[in-house]
Write a protein that binds this ligand. Structure first.
Ligand SMILES: [Zn+2]
Length: 322
C-alpha cells in the first residue's frame, strides 16, 4: 500500500465538495511518497476515486491511501455472447431447443452479492394478462424511489425502446451468472451502457414511463434472452434470494409456469389458450381478437370455416410453447 503526505492547504481544499477526478489532478503532482509505516492514525474521511471499487481514505495525520474494495469477479468466457446494446433482447432468434433442460446458476456467495431491486409485494406476476404475456413482475412504488442492481454486472441496454413498446425508460444488466435483469418504467436512468455495476448499486429511479397505469417497477429475469418468473429467484417482500444456487429448468420459460407450482404442475402447464364463445361471435371476430386467422383457428380446432359456433363452446385460440 502506498502512502502519501499531503500539504495542509490541500487538505483544506479537499473539505469542499469536488469530483474524484479533480482531486487527482490537483494533488498528484504535489504529494511525496514515503516508506511504509505502521498505521497509528484515525481515518477522518473516505473519498470516491475515478474507479468506483477503489476509495481514498484520509487519516488525521494528513496521509491517505487507496483501499481496493475488490472488483467483482466476472467470468468473461461467454459473457458477451449474444451481446447487442441496440437490441432489447439478447440471443435473438436462438431457439429454446438450444438450451439445456436444466442449468445451475450461482446467485450469491462470499464474493458475489445480491440485492432485491425494490422491496415490495408483487402486484402482478409472470402470466398471461388478458391477451398479452406479462414477462416479469410489477412492484408498486412511488416515483423517484431508488432502484438497485440485482447482481454485479455490466449494463447492456439503457434507453427507451421504440420497437418493444411498453417498457418505457429501461435498463438491462448482464450478470456474470448468465442472467439478465430488466428494470422498466423508470423515471430516470443513472447508469450508461457498458458501465460496470455492483449488486445493490442505485441504477435508476422508479417511475411510470411507457405502458404503465401507475408508478411501478417492471422487473424481468431472462437467460439467453428468454424470460422466466423472477419470483423463482427473489422473495421481493423480504429482499432475499430463494437459494444461493438457482436451478433454471427449461420449462420455466413457459409463460404458464410460475413460482409456487410443483415442478410437475409447472411442466404440465400446456400454455394453451382457450376462448369461450359468446353471443354474436364468429370465427373472423375471434381470430382478429387473438391476432390469428380463421384458417389457423380451424386447423387448431379441427373445424371448418363454415362450422356453426355454439355459445359457451371452448375454442383453442393459441397453442402453448411447451
Ligand atoms: Zn409489468
Amino acid at each position: 500500500m502506498r502512502r502519501f503526505y499531503l500539504f495542509l492547504p490541500l487538505l483544506c481544499a479537499l473539505s469542499v465538495p469536488c469530483k474524484a477526478q479533480d482531486f487527482y489532478n490537483d494533488t498528484i503532482r504535489t504529494v511525496t511518497a514515503t516508506e511504509e509505516q505502521p498505521r497509528e492514525h484515525l481515518a477522518i474521511d473516505t473519498i470516491p476515486s475515478s474507479d468506483k471499487y477503489v476509495k481514498i481514505v484520509l487519516y488525521d495525520d494528513y496521509t491517505w491511501e487507496y483501499i481496493d474494495e475488490g472488483h467483482p469477479v466476472i467470468d468473461t468466457a461467454g459473457f458477451y455472447e449474444g451481446w447487442d446494446p441496440d437490441m432489447i433482447h439478447a440471443f435473438r432468434g436462438e431457439p429454446l431447443s438450444a438450451l439445456p433442460d436444466s442449468i445451475d446458476l450461482l446467485l450469491a456467495d462470499e464474493s458475489h452479492g445480491y440485492c432485491a431491486p425494490y422491496l415490495a409485494k408483487v402486484h402482478s406476476g409472470f402470466k398471461f394478462r388478458g391477451r398479452r404475456p406479462h414477462y416479469g413482475v410489477d412492484l408498486p412504488l412511488s416515483v423517484g424511489d431508488t432502484i438497485r442492481a440485482a447482481f454485479d454486472g455490466i449494463v447492456r441496454y439503457a434507453g427507451t425502446p421504440k420497437e418493444t413498446g411498453g417498457y418505457g425508460n429501461l435498463i438491462v444488466i448482464r450478470h456474470d451468472n448468465g442472467l439478465e435483469t430488466y428494470y422498466g418504467h423508470l423515471s430516470e436512468r443513472l447508469v450508461e451502457v457498458d458501465e460496470m455495476v455492483k449488486a445493490g448499486e442505485c441504477i435508476g429511479l422508479g417511475g411510470s414511463t411507457g405502458r404503465s397505469t401507475g408508478p411501478h417497477l417492471h422487473f424481468e429475469t431472462r437467460y439467453h434472452g428468454k424470460p422466466f418468473d423472477p419470483q423463482r429467484v427473489f422473495d421481493f417482500e423480504n429482499g432475499v434470494v430463494r437459494d444461493t444456487i438457482f436451478t433454471l429448468q427449461k420449462h420455466y420459460f413457459n409463460i404458464h409456469s410460475h413460482y409456487g407450482q410443483t415442478d410437475k404442475e409447472s411442466k404440465s402447464a400446456s400454455g394453451n389458450v382457450y376462448y369461450k364463445v359468446k353471443k354474436g361471435d364468429n370465427l373472423g371476430k375471434i381470430a382478429k381478437r387473438y391476432g390469428t386467422t380463421v384458417g389457423a383457428l380451424c386447423r387448431l380446432n379441427k373445424i371448418k370455416s363454415t362450422s356453426t359456433l355454439r355459445i359457451g363452446q371452448r375454442l383453442l385460440v393459441r397453442k402453448g410453447t411447451s
